[in-house]
Design a protein around this ligand. Structure first.
Ligand code: SF4
Length: 424
């Protein structure tokens, strides 16, 4: 989806716009400077003076006039103060007041039903789980995929598997480190297939990165839960390989997985996760689920929910199935009704939130090394080795950005989205 963002007013409004931009991009959407080409328009209004109010109203009207096919979301101070704005100005699809601004991206995608599948199924893992930043870089190690999952357009879009050489990859990592990067994320369309055509494998690649670079943190992006080389989990005994894996399950029902032509059925997935949890201390597991795949019956959905509960994930990236021309799934009969898809997605979001709260709560009292990324109001925000988001309340002028510190988790935040820590 193409999104045009517009703001008026203070620097805070601009900062919010930036964070929405990152949020939408992380969910696989694109930003555009053109109002006319956008599918979604978002305006952050201002009410500091009468002039600002007038300007906010003018911009909303103009932007809607220039593209009345796009959905229009309005937020900011003016939108929060004037309750009649929706009646007064035509074309507004969604109003988001200042209290909900932090969740603007999620609310918009949910309410306007935009949370559909990305073009390439493996993108959600790398794009939505990790954000690029001044301390984190993505290293693409391979492209293409030899499989034919029926919802995925990747084999058409990206072709056969091709791996980069170890030397090239190591060179990139060392260059990034010289620029101050502390953490790299190895990515690939079918990351587990790395090296298949150059007589190598992901195990060898990671071994070589560990031996030939000093980068403090190495992460793996989305990894299909099959084709993992032998002894793979033993690699995590090196503390520089971060104990988090994003293994896309896609459905917890074997008959749905069969229609998806996935190579990993629920029993295989369960065994893999048990092995990872046994071998990797503090292991954190996240996943992708597609809701409403063609023909998904109530019984299959219930099976899926039960399996997801049994495994338990700290985060689920939820995608509502949408037809993608050129894929086999688009030709399947029994496409699921959109009201049912919406209701299932809501149910899974609620389950995912409660599982996250449990996972975060289970970590209270544990100690971690955190790489600090940014300061949000008076709190430093960073991630533990196992990719839990944590915040440190710190009013002093100490700069923590791009530093790694030892912390202890004291409690879970009020919104149950991250943990609060203290330095140790
Ligand atoms: S394994 Fe399946 S979902 Fe993953 S990239 Fe290949 S075809 Fe797409």
């Amino acid at each position: 989806m193409q999104i045009h963002l517009k703001t008026l007013g203070c620097r805070l409004n601009e900062a919010e716009l930036e964070s929405w931009a990152e949020g939408f991009q992380a969910k696989g959407h694109h930003l555009t400077d053109s109002v006319e080409n956008a599918d979604l328009l978002v305006v952050n209004t201002c009410a500091v003076t009468q002039e600002a109010v007038k300007k906010s109203r003018q911009i909303i009207r103009r932007i809607h006039r220039n593209n009345n096919k796009a959905k229009l979301v309005v937020s900011g101070c003016y939108a929060s103060l004037d309750e009649k704005i929706k009646q007064d100005i035509p074309g507004i699809d969604l109003l988001i007041n200042n209290q909900q601004k932090d969740q603007l991206v999620d609310i918009t995608l949910n309410e306007l039903n935009f949370e559909s599948m990305p073009a390439i199924s493996t993108e959600p893992g790398e794009a939505s789980i990790f954000k690029r930043g001044r301390n984190r870089a993505f290293i693409k190690v391979q492209d293409g995929c030899r499989y034919r999952c029926t919802f995925c357009i990747v084999t058409v879009a990206r072709g056969e598997e091709r791996s980069r050489t170890e030397a090239d990859i190591i060179n990139d990592i060392n260059l990034f480190q010289q620029q101050g990067i502390q953490e790299i994320v190895l990515t690939g369309v079918h990351l587990g297939g790395y090296g298949s055509e150059i007589d190598s494998c992901l195990y060898k690649l990671i071994k070589s990165i560990l031996s030939n670079t000093d980068i403090p943190r190495i992460r793996l992006a989305s990894l299909e839960p099959w084709d993992l080389p032998e002894n793979f989990f033993s690699l995590f005994s090196d503390a520089r390989l971060m104990p988090h894996m994003h293994l896309p399950l896609q459905s917890g029902s074997d008959s749905v997985l069969k229609r998806m032509a996935r190579r990993c059925k629920t029993n295989d997935f369960k065994k893999l996760v048990q092995q990872a949890r046994n071998e990797i201390p503090n292991f954190n597991l996240t996943t992708d689920i597609i809701v409403g795949f063609p023909g998904e019956t109530e019984e299959e959905w219930q099976e899926s929910i039960n399996f997801i509960k049994e495994i338990s994930f700290s985060h689920i990236h939820i995608f509502t199935y949408s037809k993608r021309d050129g894929t086999k799934a688009a030709t399947l009969s029994n496409q699921v009704d959109s009201a049912i898809k919406k209701q299932r997605s809501k149910q899974l979001h609620a389950l995912s939130n409660s599982m996250r709260k449990t996972e975060l709560t289970n970590n209270i009292g544990t100690t971690h090394a955190v790489l600090w990324e940014t300061k949000n109001n008076n709190a430093w925000v960073g991630y533990t080795e196992n990719f839990m988001r944590v915040e440190l309340n710190n009013e002093s002028a100490t700069e923590f950005e791009n530093q790694i510190s030892k912390v202890k988790i004291t409690h879970v935040s009020k919104n149950a989205e991250h943990c609060i820590v203290e330095l140790i």
